[in-house]
Ligand binder design. Structure first.
Ligand code: PLP
Length: 383
């Protein structure tokens, strides 16, 4: 039979899924692989969805989303992110943050274009590049996971179309300072590039760090695709709702692509998102406090055990190195799930420069987290 799609075949099956399949066969597993928060979705979001279904809102939604939701997003984006937009032109709802990434690639790139990003980084950026014929250039992060601005400058060629940033970051936990962001923005403007800014973890910031959205900076709205989602803030990954803010020409292309591929997003779920956006944002204060407690606990314990580890500044991940222990991340991950029943994702799946790293998610209850770290300590002691 003839070959199936070479582009799609190039992407490996998700190693995260493989690990969870292994874990699902045992009852003693503690998973530090989770990419979603562990608190329950706020009730208004759930109720909004249920009410919409009870009103038979089961038809196609408008391609870009329900106007009431788009208006609320316009307001949120101005209040929280300082981005001035017009809901009629500059916003589109997407199938989660993932759908927003797909739309960013679909609307920006032509075959052969180059995209620069810092690695390790979120795995989809690379494979979306393969699907859309984009050459993804990975620039190694500095030791503390900050972006290496000099190397980013050196990676620019006449084919470079865009730079992609994700702050706060999955998997490293790094978050940009304002100065770093401004340096990067200068590069974007000087080289006439676009910037894709993935801000799905914008609420998970610690030590007084404040999120600065690049699209709010002078001259950047026209050049930036800002993407975000309901998933992490409202612990609602299953709602599959995200959004993009960008200039009209980009949103128009995204709208066309949406029409011919997914034909919109879940209609009833949009009413859940509406109710979520009406909530006072203080609902998140206590949650963030708990995440911060876990962050400090994991960081301190890993250091104590002897890991080479950087204190995360945002999101809910930490990325220690296992080089000290003479293993690759992949070897460590395979052995510890077998010996101690702890599921941890090896760094290598997050692109280059992470073969000797692990990604640990602390989006689990503190008691379980303590138990998992004790098991890791036991594992290391026996080595
Ligand atoms: C950096 C980043 N962007 C986008 C996504 C995708 O988000 P969603 O689950 O809303 O599709 C994730 C999910 O883990 C992520 O970590």
């Amino acid at each position: 039979m003839k070959n199936l799609s070479q582009k799609v075949s190039q992407a490996p099956k998700s190693k995260i899924r493989e690990l969870f399949d292994l874990a699902s066969e045992r009852t003693d597993i503690i998973s530090l692989g989770i990419g979603q928060p562990d608190f329950v979705t706020p009730q208004p979001a759930i109720q909004g969805n249920i009410d919409a279904l009870n009103k038979n809102i089961t038809t196609y939604a408008p391609t870009r989303g329900v106007p009431e939701l788009l208006k609320l997003l316009e307001d949120k984006i101005y209040r929280v992110n300082g981005i001035k937009s017009n809901w009629k032109e500059n916003l589109i709802l997407t199938n989660g943050g993932s759908g927003a990434i797909t739309l960013a690639y679909a609307s920006l790139f032509n075959t052969g274009d180059e995209l620069i990003l810092s690695s390790p980084n979120f795995v989809s950026y690379y494979y979306c590049g393969v699907f859309f014929g984009v050459k993804v250039i990975e620039v190694e992060r500095n030791i503390d996971f900050s972006p290496n601005i000099e190397k980013i400058k050196q990676a620019i060629t006449d084919k470079t179309k865009a730079i992609l940033i994700n702050s706060p970051n999955n998997p490293t936990g790094y978050a940009f300072s304002r100065t770093e962001l401004e340096e990067l923005v200068d590069i974007v403007i000087e080289n006439d590039l676009y910037l894709i800014s993935d801000e799905v973890y914008e609420n998970y910031l610690y030590d007084g760090l404040i999120q600065v959205s690049p699209a709010s900076l002078d001259g950047m709205f026209e050049r930036t695709i800002t993407l975000n989602a309901m998933s992490k803030l409202y612990s609602a990954t299953g709602f599959r709702l995200g959004y993009v803010v960008a200039k009209k020409e980009i949103i128009d292309l995204m709208s066309t692509y949406t029409t011919y591929t997914v034909a919109g997003t879940n209609h009833a779920a949009q009413y859940g998102f509406i109710e979520a956006l009406k909530m006072d944002k203080s609902f998140f204060d206590e949650i963030l406090k708990q995440f911060n407690e876990r962050r400090l606990f994991v960081y301190n314990r890993l250091k104590e055990i002897g890991f080479d580890v950087v204190k995360p500044r945002g999101a809910f991940y930490i990325m220690p190195s296992v080089k000290n222990f003479g293993m690759t991340g992949s070897e460590f991950s395979k052995e510890i799930i077998k010996d101690k029943g702890v599921a941890i994702i090896p760094g290598e799946i997050f692109g280059s420069y992470s073969d000797y790293k692990l990604r640990i998610s602390y989006a689990i209850e503190l008691g379980k987290l303590k138990e998992a770290i004790d098991r890791i300590e036991d594992f290391i002691k026996k080595k």
